[in-house]
Design a protein around this ligand. Structure first.
Ligand code: AHR
Length: 511
């Protein structure tokens, strides 16, 4: 007769092996952290590929349904998302942009070459009026990026005056061009990537240039404008140190740029059709931002202990090899479930660093890099990244809640990370919203979610997940990857239990 105990042991081992790994999360609902500004859900639209022409703008005479030249489908999708702020006209394009060429009768505007992006012609049809009116139309704030690269401080000063002044010759010219009332211009960029396409400056020189240009950005009495300095890339702490030390009094915000690449700048890797190692490597690259934000913030605290200056992540997102068969200078790439997780993980990091991170602008809005919308002729589709922004809408202008997480690890080859990421806020009506990400593409995770201080009795949620890591929407199948209602959470006296599917983003709304 065989002994019974080893058999029982074997059974329990098998049962144990099948149980999903478990995570414990505590959200302290009675405590409150900093405000989570809606501007961290901001966007970036550059004159690059089909980002503007064909993407936002088709012109009044187009057969594509439009309002004064702006695509109706795009307007509706952006309004639905409550886009808080848009940065324009670049990017590297802004470093060479002459605003004067983009005002006045469209037929008379000069046709230039977009030397940075694809060498194609730039008709200047979409200029200051078209952008400022567009921002108003969708209810977003305008963030105009000035040209410090190859324009003078005078050109910059006149552009700001043209946009914001109620009187004077430039206001008269604006009126003659169709707009009497001054526009609101809450944010103005003192150049873009001064360390690169904005002039290849050293930090010490850029700090002096920033002081000089900032001096001439003036708005009428009673009008507020935030001057955003060109900040570092990735881990360039020297840049932050020098800018904050030598020019910090001359700006109100500084913009960090951080792109998520699975590979190198020379060989970034494909947007879809990748393996699990590329999945893990890409998510690990995104999570690196936590360290960068921590260290840049520490330097900012050193020179700005009163927390006056905003840290804006005014370019972020995934950057892959371009879609085969497209102009390499157009930066067109597909958008998959992996991008949905990248978006959610970045949002969690912005919320985590909300004391200082007050704005972020995804690169880019339509058809470029980690776009939220794709357009093709008269068709438009919502990407997985769009759906994540939609899931997290309730985080706009909320209050961060403290979150503690005990998560199993997810590892693949050299890449290791906590499988679960969580972020929680309380909105202005007192409702709690919790964002959860499971980065493990293979294993669901059992979550015990404790919310002391909450009196919720009901929970609703929406989830985005799929069986393939590179699930995506195409013009043939535009709704292949869309959020679904999540009904798998049970609430009991402030505690929730749920199973978070592999490779998923879930946002829970407590009632
Ligand atoms: O978003 C594409 C480009 O990336 C921007 O023009 C530039 O600022 C950055 O290098």
């Amino acid at each position: 007769m065989r002994p019974l105990i080893p058999l029982l042991l074997l059974c329990s081992l098998i049962a144990g092996a099948q149980a999903p790994p478990a995570a414990q999360i505590t959200v302290r609902a009675a405590e409150s952290g900093p405000r989570v500004q809606r501007q961290i859900f901001g966007h970036f639209a550059e004159h690059l590929g089909y980002g503007i022409y064909g993407g936002l703008w088709v012109g009044e005479n187009s057969k594509i349904p439009n309002t004064k030249g702006y695509r109706n489908d795009v307007i509706a999708a952006l309004r639905q998302l409550k886009v808080p702020v848009i940065r324009w006209p670049g990017g590297c394009f802004a470093d060479e942009y002459n605003w004067r060429e983009g005002v006045g009768p469209r037929a008379k505007r000069p046709v230039k070459i977009n030397t940075h992006w694809g060498g194609v012609t730039e008709p200047n049809t979409f200029g200051t009026h078209e952008f400022m009116d567009f921002a108003e139309l969708i209810g977003a704030e305008a963030y105009v990026s000035g040209n410090v690269g190859n324009a003078s401080p005078r050109e910059m000063a006149e552009w700001v005056e043209y946009i914001t002044s109620p009187a004077g010759s430039l206001a008269d010219e604006r009126t003659a061009n169709g707009r009497k009332e001054a526009w609101k211009l809450p944010y103005f960029g003192l150049g873009n990537e001064l360390w690169g396409c904005g002039g290849n400056m050293r930090a010490e020189y850029a700090a002096d240039v920033t002081r000089r240009y900032s001096t001439f950005v003036k708005v009428p009495a009673g009008v507020k404008i935030m001057k955003m300095a060109s900040g570092p890339s990735d881990s360039d702490y020297h840049w932050t140190e020098v800018m904050m030390r030598d020019a910090g009094r001359h700006f109100d915000g500084i913009g960090l740029h951080y792109y998520t690449l699975p590979g190198t700048w020379a060989s970034k890797g494909p947007a879809y059709g990748f393996d699990e190692e590329a999945w893990a490597k890409t998510l690990a690259a995104t999570l690196k931002l936590d360290e960068y934000l921590t260290k840049h913030r520490a330097l900012m605290d050193k020179y700005d202990p009163n927390n006056r200056v905003w840290l804006g992540v005014d370019e972020w997102g995934s950057w892959y090899d371009p879609e085969p068969g497209t102009n390499r200078g157009f930066l067109q790439q597909q958008n998959t479930l992996r991008d949905a997780l990248i978006a959610a993980l970045n949002i969690h990091l912005f919320v985590k660093h909300a004391e200082r991170v007050k704005m972020a602008n995804i690169a880019q809005m339509v058809n470029v890099l980690q776009a939220i919308l794709f357009t093709k002729d008269d068709k438009m589709l919502l990407t997985p990244t769009y759906h994540v922004f939609d899931l997290y809408k309730s985080f706009q202008d909320s209050t961060r809640l403290p979150v503690e997480i005990k998560s199993p690890w997810y590892s693949k080859e050299a890449w290791t990370m906590p499988a679960v990421s969580a972020s929680a806020v309380k909105d202005s009506a007192g409702k709690i919203h919790i964002g959860l990400v499971n980065s493990d593409p293979n294993r669901a995770i059992a979550i015990a979610l404790n919310v002391p201080g909450a009196s919720a009795t009901k929970v609703n949620g929406r989830i985005i997940t799929a069986s393939a890591m590179d699930a995506r929407n195409t013009f043939e199948q535009p709704n292949a990857l869309v959020p679904a209602p999540f009904t798998g959470a049970q609430v009991n006296a402030g505690n929730l239990k749920l199973t978070l599917p592999a490779k998923s983003v879930l946002v829970l709304d407590l009632d």
